[in-house]
Design a protein. Sequence first.
Length: 439
Amino acid sequence: SLSIVSCGKKVTESTKAPQTQEQVGVIASCTTKAQAQSLASELGIQFRVINENRKLIEFIGAKLSELKKQLPNAKFKANKIYEPILISGDFQASSISDTEYYGAHTRQERPSSVTRYFPHLQQINALNLSAQGEGVTIAIVDTGVYYNHPHLSPNIKKNQDDKHGQLANSIDDDQNGYINDYVGWDFYNGDAYPIDDNGHGTHVAGLAASTYMGVAPRAKILPVKVLSADGQGDLGTIAAGILYAIDQGADIINLSLGGNAGDEITAELQEIINSVALAKSNNSLIIAAAGNGGMDGIGDCNDNLPIYPANIQQDNILSIASVDSYNQLTSYSNFGGTTVHIAAPGGDQSNGGLNSTGLPYCYGPCSDDDIPYRASMGTSMATPVVAGVAAVIKSAKLSLTYKEIKDLILNNGTKKENLVGMVKSSSVVNTLEALNSID
């Protein structure tokens, strides 16, 4: 937390995400930071800026009746922590013999990588068409990204208007509300270093756009950390991350996270729903994981048991199920004939997980020999595969709208009888067919 002195009184501005229920507040709209500072000083409470430009402030420790009296023009939404909001059931496939490699290997030596599925996606032919994601940014809203990984760092989107590292100057050079946000932002810890302390976000980023074996190897990656090392997250922080991705010009926003909201959608999820809707104005397509079933690890029907954000009903969102190497729905994958849109490879028990970039095990500077690739499986892995496909499609024709990209993906998948009634398109994503259908 950061202490600010205002009018002779100490005002506490929190820069970090809430980590306990006691730290969860109420999000107010139409409220400036100056108003928040004044009100926090008067009432002796904390506040946190969700998005300064959009005048979204979270107040912690305040009575709602008092806030309504002081801010008559604001609308209020309760924030909520999910523990964890990472898609439950994503698991490392450590029992598979080819799950982890160090250093540089050829694609052939990584049989459980996403490249094994490229024939299913017709991805190799697509990459030969030179549409590889160039000119497109994919935001990874997750546990962070290990942006120094040698197969990720060339593709990390750099904010040239702000400084970082040794050049950091503690000044918000581009005046976007985030000081020194050179490689994205960590909304969980409130700083300019969205480094991954879990491994999930790094794995997801690599599947979408690592230089070595990502689906879109020339796309840019925007790291946005909204979750803790344990995968805990709150709705306000996730909404803040989505809004930041929009403001930074992300074309594709990957959400390999989600939770069962039950009946609470109207109040607590509204801020995320608003963020998804706002992404349309930036022409952003959001790709969200359908989820991996409940505690039993067996897929559930999202039509009956909604998972958010995948179930948000906006036309700029795609909900993704997972299939195995035989294009069969994986046992863990959620499904839904109306709410889940399309399937993509996500890894399976019999053939192994998808290999992707992992966190290093090294002290001090890392060499190539210290950089692992790890295998995981889950709808969280299928989701960045589709995010990469979307980036490849957009790079072929940068003027495409989010709706056109979504339609190209849904209308040109490979139809599978076993997916009828399981996903809306009855299809597995097919990159080449989508590219060939661009006008």
